[in-house]
Write a protein that binds this ligand. Structure first.
Ligand SMILES: NC(=O)c1ccc[n+]([C@@H]2O[C@H](COP(=O)([O-])OP(=O)(O)OC[C@H]3O[C@@H](n4cnc5c(N)ncnc54)[C@H](OP(=O)(O)O)[C@@H]3O)[C@@H](O)[C@H]2O)c1
Length: 223
């Protein structure tokens, strides 16, 4: 798992270690995850030198929740590194090491022809990973994420306020624009991956909301 310290990633990690589906959960990150669990193995790596850590990027199912923002990364180039280069390089290594599935969180509106840089990079990463032809490849496209962040993101806060005001029209075809809880994204991507559907699949935000099951989530939370 990559991106385990993030909003979606930390939820996903919590669910994976509290479920008995996997015998071992391997986290590869640049800083330690504040979780101790007998099933959890952690590797701290240098993402700019992924080849040197290739032997650690080895699993049956790979989950990627990596990402940043242009503001946080401070340049488009650095954003591209985190949201395109790292995921694609990790995917190549994981495929070489025998991974059968790759599940990645991109974003609603991902499109390599987009005029918006963020959406374009997300579209490009989806395509690059698709080309690697994993037995199963799942693209998870959430809308605006909801959840407790340790940092303040003005753009997200404005997006949430606007979405809240428009909540009443976010039904039917517009449901995909409805902001989504990080825990919903995490649980849905986890359940989707466990299905092991062969081929390349894209899951939009409205579908993720449908897959989410509160009882299933509570069963992890109670352990
Ligand atoms: N924010 C939204 O509303 C939204 C909406 C749709 C889709 N998404 C996408 O959903 C995905 C998950 O989002 P999120 O909000 O859960 O992300 P997040 O909380 O910002 O976490 C991002 C993860 O990526 C890691 N990361 C960032 N820069 C890194 C670097 N230079 N080297 C190594 N690791 C790095 C972080 O590790 P550290 O803890 O070490 O920084 C963290 O584990 C992202 O791809 C994001 O673009 C977000």
């Amino acid at each position: 798992m990559i991106g385990a310290t993030g909003l979606v990633g930390s939820e996903l990690l919590f669910q994976m270690i509290n479920d008995d589906y996997y015998e071992e959960v391997i986290v590869v990150s640049r800083q330690k995850v504040n979780v101790l669990h007998p099933k959890l193995t952690q590797h701290i790596i240098d993402f700019d030198n992924l080849d040197a850590h290739a032997h650690l990027i080895k699993a049956t199912d790979v989950y990627c929740c990596l990402g940043t923002t242009i503001k946080k990364a401070k340049s488009k180039e650095k954003f591209y590194l985190v949201d395109y280069i790292y995921p694609t390089e990790i995917a190549k290594i994981a495929k070489f090491n025998g991974a059968s599935s790759f599940t990645i969180v991109t974003a609603m509106g991902a499109c390599k022809q987009s005029t918006f840089y963020y959406n374009r990079v997300k579209g490009e990463v989806e395509e690059a990973i698709g080309h690697l032809q994993f037995k199963c490849c799942n693209i998870i496209r959430p809308s605006l994420l909801l959840g407790e962040r340790h940092e303040f993101r003005l753009g997200e806060e404005i997006g949430k306020a606007v979405a809240k005001g428009l909540e009443f029209i976010m039904v039917g075809g517009l449901k995909k624009y409805k902001p989504i809880e990080a825990k919903v994204v995490a649980l849905s991507m986890y359940e989707i991956t466990k299905e092991h559907r062969d081929g390349f699949h894209i899951f939009e935000s409205a579908y993720l909301q449908e897959v989410y099951n509160e009882e299933k989530y509570a069963s992890y939370a109670n352990i």
